[in-house]
Ligand binder design. Structure first.
Ligand SMILES: Nc1ncnc2c1ncn2[C@@H]1O[C@H](COP(=O)(O)OP(=O)(O)O)[C@@H](O)[C@H]1O
Ligand SMILES: [Mg+2]
Length: 275
C-alpha cells in the first residue's frame, strides 16, 4: 500500500506546487491523476520517488517512509518503484530483451549489467513478461525498430522486471494514437489487477482515465479537489478542476474513437465466428 501524507512542495523559486496532498492507494488499485497543466501532477509523481525532494509530509510504501531514507536506502527503495514514461524512454540501440533486463540494474550492479551477465532467473522473468505484454516475437529486435505501442509495451515489461511494489506512470499515451492508447491503458490496468500492484497514472486524457482506472484524483493548483470513482467525476467536478478549459470537445472526440473500436471488435468477432 502507498500512503501519501500531507505532502507539500515549494520549489526554490517560491512556487508552491503541492499543498497538503493526502491519499492512500491499496494493492491492485489504479489511480488516474488528472488536472490542468501546472496543477502539480509531475511534481507529485516525482516526490513519491524523490526525484524531487518534498518540503514537508511523508510518503510511505508498505510502511517505510521514503522521505526519510538515506541515499543508500533510497537507491534500494527506488528498485521497488517501477516508472513508465512516454514511449521514447528506451535505449534505442539495445534489443527489446536488453531493455527489459535493464530493469534489473538496481539489483545486479552496473558492471554485470554492462557486460550483460544477468542471472538466468532474470532472463526467464524477462521472457515471461515479454510474453505477457505481447512481444514474444520481438525479443531480439532493436528498440528503434518498434512501433510506438510496442515501445510502450517494452517500457511496461522493463518496469515489471524490477519486481516493483508500486508503479508510477507519467503520461503513458501522450504520443500514441487513440486506439493504441486504449490498448496500453487496458494492459497496464490488467497487469496491476492480476499482480496486486498499486499504480498512479498521470494522464491528461480525462476520458481514458475514466474508462480504465478504478479511481481518479483531481489536482488543481497543488491541491486535491476531487478523489472518487470515475462515475463520480461529473461535468460539474470537471469544471472545478479544469475551469474554463474545454474538456467537452475532448470527451466527444474520445467517444467517437470508442465507437470505432467497438465496431472493429464486432467485425473481428464475426471473422472468428466464421472460422
Ligand atoms: N523545477 C521547478 N522549479 C520551479 N517550479 C517548478 C519546477 N517544476 C515545476 N514547477 C512549478 O510547479 C507547479 C506544478 O508543476 P508540475 O508538477 O509540472 O505540474 P503538471 O505536471 O500538473 O503540469 C507549476 O507552477 C510549475 O511551474
Ligand atoms: Mg506534468
Amino acid at each position: 500500500m502507498l500512503s501519501v501524507e500531507t505532502l507539500t512542495k515549494t520549489y526554490k523559486t517560491g512556487d508552491r506546487a503541492l499543498s497538503d496532498v493526502s491519499f492512500t492507494v491499496p494493492k491492485g488499485q489504479v489511480v488516474g491523476l488528472i488536472g490542468p497543466s501546472g496543477a502539480g501532477k509531475s511534481t507529485l509523481i516525482r516526490c513519491i520517488n524523490r526525484l524531487v525532494e518534498p518540503s514537508a509530509g511523508a510518503v510511505r510504501l508498505n510502511g517505510a517512509d521514503i522521505t526519510r531514507l538515506s541515499n543508500t536506502e533510497l537507491r534500494r527503495a527506488r528498485r521497488r518503484i517501477g516508472m513508465i514514461f512516454q514511449e521514447y524512454a528506451l535505449v534505442e540501440r539495445l534489443t527489446v530483451m536488453e531493455n527489459v533486463l535493464s530493469g534489473r540494474l538496481g539489483y545486479v550492479g552496473f558492471w554485470r549489467s554492462f557486460l550483460r551477465r544477468y542471472p538466468a532467473k532474470d532472463v526467464q522473468m524477462a521472457y515471461r513478461l515479454l510474453d505477457r505484454v505481447g512481444l514474444s516475437a520481438h525479443v531480439d529486435k532493436r528498440a528503434d525498430a518498434l512501433s510506438g505501442g510496442q515501445r510502450q509495451r517494452v517500457g511496461i515489461a522493463r518496469a515489471l522486471e524490477q519486481e516493483p511494489e508500486l508503479l508510477l506512470i507519467d503520461e503513458p499515451t501522450a504520443s500514441l494514437d487513440p486506439r493504441t492508447s486504449r490498448q496500453i491503458m487496458r494492459l497496464i490496468v490488467e497487469i496491476c489487477r492480476e499482480s496486486g500492484l498499486p499504480a498512479i497514472i498521470n494522464i491528461h486524457d480525462v476520458v481514458l482515465a475514466q474508462q480504465f482506472t478504478d479511481r481518479i484524483i483531481g489536482l488543481q493548483a497543488g491541491r486535491v479537489v476531487f478523489d472518487g470513482t470515475p462515475a463520480q467525476l461529473t461535468e460539474d467536478v470537471l469544471t472545478t478542476i479544469y475551469g474554463a478549459e474545454d474538456w467537452t470537445a475532448m470527451r466527444k472526440g474520445a467517444s467517437e474513437d470508442a465507437e470505432a473500436e467497438e465496431e472493429e471488435r464486432a467485425q473481428a468477432k464475426k471473422l472468428m465466428d466464421a472460422l
